[in-house]
Design a protein around this ligand. Structure first.
Ligand code: ADP
Length: 191
């Protein structure tokens, strides 16, 4: 089974590029952000707790997202592979993912990292706020905190996966189609 991770700061285009990737490479898409937003929409207890954290630009606890990931793995035994989007986001999540996969005699296949500057993060999120109406995109303080959280907690994963020889970086600039072509070119070497 293949386990790909699409990685990058908020607004890098992970969700946008994930859609054509799962189609072309026949993967099951797991977006922790989307799973959390559907819990919020359904008004569950988990959703209520997650909403306060997400709206503040904080991460939800590792144990919560890890539970969602392992449930999705268990519910999809027959897929060709997975594309993890928005997970792992902390070193602990990366370590726990490696353990989860090791217990199944599997491992991460590769990390596709979409890179943009902090300046571009802000522009993209401002553009998306108008279209998608996400509460965590509309507030400047929240956006700044998400950027801070990314640098403090998520960026260290770059070294973690470089050390494993699994880190592949793409500049996520130009049009969506141009980035998609770069992603496909890279994916063709990994599948
Ligand atoms: P973006 O990449 O634009 O920040 P996501 O949809 O991936 O958006 O995530 C939205 C929010 O959901 C994050 O800011 C965070 O609060 C929460 N979240 C998503 N994935 C995780 C995760 N793996 N660990 C902790 N919190 C998460």
């Amino acid at each position: 089974m293949k386990y790909f991770i699409i990685f990058g700061p908020p607004g890098a285009g992970k969700g946008t590029q994930a859609a054509p990737m799962v189609q072309k490479y026949n993967l099951k898409h797991i977006s922790t952000g989307e799973l959390l937003r559907s819990q919020i929409a359904a008004g569950t207890e988990l959703g209520k707790q997650a909403k306060a954290l997400i709206d503040a630009g904080e991460l939800v606890p590792d144990v919560v997202v890890e539970g969602m990931i392992s449930n999705t793995f268990a519910a999809n035994p027959d897929v060709n592979g997975f594309l993890l989007d928005g997970f792992p986001r902390t070193l602990q999540q990366a370590i726990d993912l490696d353990e989860m996969l090791e217990s199944r005699d599997e491992s991460v296949t590769g990390v596709i990292s979409l890179m943009i500057s902090d300046e571009t993060i802000k522009e993209r999120i401002a553009g998306r706020a108008a279209i998608e109406g996400r509460a965590d995109d509309a507030n400047e303080e929240t956006i700044n905190n998400r950027i801070r959280t990314y640098h403090a907690k998520t960026e260290p994963l770059i070294e973690y996966y470089k050390y494993q020889g699994k880190y592949h970086e793409i500049q996520s600039v130009g049009t969506i189609e141009q980035v998609r072509e770069k992603v496909f070119k890279l994916m063709d070497t990994l599948v």
